[in-house]
Design a protein around this ligand. Structure first.
Ligand code: PAF
Length: 332
């Protein structure tokens, strides 16, 4: 266990070592999925909204689809006063600032892992927290109802060091995830990985939100697939403008591959709109638009950005809730 003042090295356990004490902050689709799987071999506490927490206490956390499981993690509706070996942050990107505040007691005590969509989360954590890893995952998971999520599409998970940690910490975290059945690799260039994931999201999520269709629909015919590829290539040019090398054709192929692998999933952006919630359009598509060099036009990206913003407006999506700083907004 990590105690106050522990160094990154203290955290590193030998591969295959035993249970780890993990806090998962944000129990939406991905947080619930990861928390449930991690809880099989580790001591996991999931910080969730009251309805989700009550359902999990009563019936367990049910995962159906590609993974079938009823997990029984500890649940809480605010950050417990306890020591943890690692904190996973899995909130929506627009709630990262709230999450950071809510997790303040743990800033110096443990290692944080952001597993969120969008750009800017790793930076927001790094501004406050001593040791930060970041990860991306392309698993497709749908939040069905309190206490239940569906694993609708297989994906890949990658982690890497952002701040104050060492490669061995990333290796250990990947090992913990692998042992939980979440196939995870380690990268030495996590920044590039975060951009690549944001580009994949920017190529898939807004289109699914506009079409009100699962991921597979956006690659089901040549015309729509062409839009996905153009969005991905535009995203690559924005990344390159920001100094992150992403190859256009390769990321376009990756976006198509992820949409196919998660064909049955309703993207997180579509799920948000269907639940009348704010989307992550700003941290995904908006972030790419803001990164493009002055004068560079990204016509497909600009169009889907405007459409999703329009949908948020016309559906009278609830403005971001005022949240208890100890809880943040816990769904992703
Ligand atoms: O945001 C999402 O929904 C997911 O990141 C992905 C990989 C596009 C699967 O739906």
């Amino acid at each position: 266990m990590v105690c106050k003042g522990a160094t990154a090295k203290d955290f590193t356990a030998p591969r295959g070592s035993g249970r780890v004490k993990i806090l998962v902050f944000g129990a939406g689709a991905i947080g619930s999925f990861v928390g449930a799987l991690l809880s099989i071999e580790n001591e996991v506490t999931l910080v969730a909204r009251a309805a989700h927490a009550d359902a999990i206490r009563a019936r367990g956390l049910k995962i159906s689809g590609r993974t079938t499981l009823v997990a029984h993690p500890n649940v809480a509706t605010e950050v417990p006063i306890a020591e943890f070996d690692a904190v996973f942050v899995t909130t929506k990107s627009y709630d990262t600032a709230n999450a950071v505040q809510a997790l303040q007691p743990l800033w110096r005590r443990t290692i944080f892992v952001t597993l969120q969509n969008g750009l800017g989360n790793a930076e927001a954590l790094s501004d406050a927290v001593d040791r930060v890893l970041a990860g991306t995952t392309t698993h497709g998971v749908t939040f069905v109802r309190p206490g239940e999520v569906v694993h609708a599409g297989e994906g890949e998970t990658v982690v890497g060091v952002v701040k104050g940690a060492v490669r061995a910490d990333a290796d250990h975290m990947a090992d913990v995830l692998n042992r939980a059945g979440i196939a995870t690799s380690v990268t030495d260039d996590v920044r590039r990985e975060l951009w690549a994931k944001a580009i994949v999201n920017a190529a898939i999520n807004p289109l699914t939100a506009v079409l009100r269709a699962p991921n597979g629909a956006v690659v089901a015919n040549e015309d729509l697939r062409g839009i996905v590829e153009r969005l991905a290539r535009e995203g690559a040019s924005a990344a390159n403008d920001a100094g992150v090398t992403v190859e256009g054709d390769r990321i376009a192929a990756k976006a198509v591959e992820v949409a196919r692998a998660t064909a049955d999933n309703r993207s997180s952006m579509l799920q948000d709109l269907e639940r009348g919630r704010q989307t992550e359009i700003e941290a995904i598509t908006g972030a790419l638009l803001r990164s493009a060099a002055k004068g560079r036009r990204l016509p497909y990206t600009e169009t889907v950005y405007a459409l999703v913003r329009g949908l948020e407006g016309s559906l009278a999506v609830a403005p971001k809730e005022k949240t208890d700083p100890r809880r943040g907004n816990l769904f992703k």
